[in-house]
Design a protein around this ligand. Structure first.
Ligand code: HEC
Length: 113
């Protein structure tokens, strides 16, 4: 009796794993990237920029809100990467490393809705 239960569980686990499509895997990777991007933004950008979806105005009113950027027409991951590569006129030393740009754009694209 108990053996069948365990077998059943094993079969269920197997079935669940088999259900993970390549899209699911890509989604999970994007979600992980986005989480890292959010953490990076909290530490490095949130002092001036509104970085959360619900934040309408930035702590520094001159700094564009990230959700607003996400909603700009034609803004996709590629455009976000380009936007994030734009140097700050006021702070030329604030340069985001390429890996964090990818994570940030993954995060910012989640703010679109
Ligand atoms: C000390 C305040 C401050 C911090 C920290 C900061 N920003 Fe900004 N950011 C600004 C201001 C102010 C502007 C408006 C343009 C300017 O004066 O540079 C701006 C503009 C931008 C722009 C728009 C550039 C353009 O021309 O459209 C992007 C993109 C940006 N910031 C990304 C970031 C990211 C990503 C971080 C975190 C890694 C960050 N900023 C951290 C203050 C800040």
């Amino acid at each position: 009796m108990r053996a069948t239960g365990i077998l059943g569980l094993a079969a269920l686990a197997l079935a669940l794993t088999a259900c993970a499509t390549p899209e699911d895997v890509a989604d999970r990777e994007t979600a992980r990237q986005a989480a890292r991007g959010q953490a990076y933004a909290i530490q490095n950008c949130a002092a001036c920029h509104a970085i959360e979806a619900y934040q309408e105005t930035s702590p520094n009113p001159d700094a564009p809100a990230f959700a607003e950027a996400a909603r700009m027409p034609g803004m996709n991951r590629r455009a976000l990467n380009a936007w994030l590569n734009t140097p700050h006129p006021s702070m030329p030393n604030l340069i985001v490393p390429p890996e964090q740009i990818d994570e940030l754009s993954a995060y910012i694209s989640t703010l679109e809705n």
